[in-house]
Write a protein that binds this ligand. Sequence first.
Ligand SMILES: Nc1nc2c(ncn2[C@@H]2O[C@H](COP(=O)(O)OP(=O)(O)OP(=O)(O)O)[C@@H](O)[C@H]2O)c(=O)[nH]1
Length: 493
Amino acid sequence: MDLLEGITKGVSDLELLDMLTAPDPRPAKHGIRRRDSDLDPLLLAAAAAYGPHVTRNHYAHDFFPAVGDPRSEGAYDWTRFQGETTQARKPRLKYVSRQAPRSQRLKEQGIIVDEEKENGRTREAVDPLRRSDNLPSPTPRATAPSSPPSNVSHTQPAASTSLVTVGGAVEASAGAVEVKCMARTRVPTPHGPVFLHLYHNNRDSKEHLAIVVDPAQFDQDTPQRAPPIRSRSLDAVWSDSETEADRITRGAYVGRLSPTSQRPSVPGAHANITTDNIPSPLVRIHSECFTGETIGSMRCDCGEQLDEAIRQISQPITLPSSASAAEGRPATIPGRGAVVYLRQEGRGIGLLSKIRAYNLQDLGHDTVTANLMLGHGADERGYEVAAAILRDLGLGMEVGEGVRLLTNNPDKVQALEKEGIRIVERVPMVPRSWQRRQHGHAHGQNTLAKEEDAVGLTMIGGGEVHGEDLDRYLRTKVLKMGHMLPLLDESQP
Ligand SMILES: Nc1nc2c(ncn2[C@@H]2O[C@H](COP(=O)(O)OP(=O)(O)OP(=O)(O)O)[C@@H](O)[C@H]2O)c(=O)[nH]1
């Protein structure tokens, strides 16, 4: 019996499936092989089965065996299986798609399908900002009473994007970067506690992070001297149905969360604390580097820089004398600032390409040329998302305190300023091994030696990266990428 004959004679689905999947199919009549491509027997069986109409367009659907047969539901105890005859086995295969029709799914995503070009391009019917379920809709934000205050925006500034002002609030039109802090939690680190923020955005599908250092927030009973660094989008009320438990679970709480302290945050609170005489927060925009941060690669100083940034930001801040005059002695406040951790591995070319680039570097090419040889730019990063995250945290706003940026990279400074971030000072990041060598040379001693055993973040911890690879990499950054670092005298050890 061949397939067609089988279908027309109404054989059972299982027999049909057996025919299709038999290990030794009978040769076709006249010994001529069929020229069309192999068909998926399971799909054919599904198509021939009872139930909803199944076509090749359902290929990506999830099919589930019909409910009712415990074996097909995975509940069968196979230790009791004794073997069975075809006679005894009469399951009825039934496949049910649990997906809504494609047209309905696309409609839900706001995509209109051009019926005439069903297999061609689709176009978006709405503002791309709305594409992600996780991003707030601009319109309700402007009008809803629970929306963040109008001076708080996490969209792009007017300078670089198209924005409209509705009722005093900045509205993003198509193309503007929008970020939303999806969750925040406390993370204890060797340098003290930090708040880890996870962001979604409408530019890419990466989960960029912000590591906020602001331990003063744990002490809610003492008057704050500086505005807390808090995410506007996290503190916003997301929906009418959102409960306090929902808010607390996603991190919209104040103080130190504990079994006995659970205080949901209020949108816009603390925004009016002035910052006269308090140094601007230290901020670093850091790009992901798996090799440097996770496995302690000494080809670059990324792991060390991440540790050093959080260490420096966490240092207590001594207030200028005028601010501490009332106390009669120099006053300090806990360190405050943030590291925005961008998932832009390998200066934006990705880990795969970076690994290839390392091999080219082993062949004698430098970090810039290696990127170019692979068809990439020397640096493919962008800082729009970083700027939007800073704005969401209230950092580097036009009005109020600016930020002190930890970087040697002039492009970063320029790019952030172009995005409207107010940078009041650039704080250099001199590699620890270079500091040690410079100090050792000047003072005849290794001033950082005691820090080498110190604890810290990443594989590198409080230690330092050093070596030929690193020196070559850093020199290239200075000579070819314009990094603002004083070059070491090569003759120094
Ligand atoms: N393509 C490429 N990327 C590298 C190489 N070494 C490190 N990186 C990446 O470079 C990025 C380092 O970026 P940042 O830490 O922001 O440093 P930067 O841009 O040099 O500027 P600074 O703020 O001065 O540190 C990370 O994404 C690393 O993965 C390399 O040899 N090739």
